[in-house]
Every structure is written in C-alpha cells, then in structure tokens.
Design a protein around this ligand. Structure first.
Ligand SMILES: [Zn+2]
Length: 138
C-alpha cells in the first residue's frame, strides 16, 4: 500500500472527499463513511502508515491525545451510553483500510457491538453530524 492508492492519503491530500472534523500537522479526525452508528469517527496519522507497527512514539502520542479529546465530545453530541475505541492491525485482525486508523464508535445499551458498518451513510446525515461535532470541538 502506498499513498497513491490509499483512500485516506487521498482525503488528506484533498483529492477525495471526507467529512473532516479536525486536522493538524500530525493527525486528522474524520467521520467513517459507513458508520456503525451516527458519529462513528476515525483518527488517522497524516503520514501514511499501514498499521501500528511502523508508528513512532510522537505519532502514537498525537493519535492517543486526539482519542482522549474527541471521545467525550462524540459521546455527548450523539447521546451515546458508551464509546468504543478500536484499532485493527493486519488482515488477520480484520483491518480493511491499510492506513492506520483508530475507530471511535458511539455505543448504546442493547445494540450489539460492531467495528465496521455495512453500508455508507447518507451524505446529508454525515454532513449534519460533521457540522455538530466540529461546532462542539471549537
Ligand atoms: Zn495512506
């Protein structure tokens, strides 16, 4: 996997659309296009890494800090009962996009836990959720 054929690198480069919540020099936070539940977000490093095995400590720190920052905001905005944070490394682990990403998934009592959604959300719903989360992040 190289940055040329990586969907996340294309979003970072502005060559593919994404519902971006936050970006700095190290990380980007965006909505998952096929959310398990509304508000399902991803945190990715700006620099391409297939998985956790090539990340350096500053990159790990930057990613973890964004999880810590976003988690309470996503939980509050979505009204979730809990929030799952998941990260998969390699096909054997269920990884499907080979640019490191952390999933932040709003969870609700009585709804079974999943990591990957089955179908893309409506663009309007993603637009609305991105707007609400960006406003809460300010
Ligand atoms: Zn990439």
């Amino acid at each position: 996997m190289t940055s040329e054929n990586c969907i996340f690198c294309k979003i970072i480069a502005g060559k593919a659309p994404g519902h971006i919540l936050y970006r700095d020099d190290d990380v980007m936070c965006l909505l998952d296009i096929a959310p398990v539940s509304a508000g399902h977000a991803l945190i990715i490093p700006i620099k391409h890494h297939d998985n956790i095995f090539s990340l350096n400590k500053p990159e790990v720190s930057a990613l973890a800090l964004q999880s810590h920052r976003l988690a309470p905001i996503i939980k509050r905005v979505t009204g979730a009962d809990g929030l799952g944070i998941h990260q998969l490394n390699g096909r054997a682990a269920g990884q499907t996009v080979f640019h490191y990403h952390t999933h932040l998934i709003p969870c609700f009592h009585g709804k079974p836990m999943q990591i990957h959604g089955r179908k893309p959300a409506l663009k309007k719903d993603l637009d609305d959720m991105a707007e609400r989360l960006r406003a809460a992040l300010k």
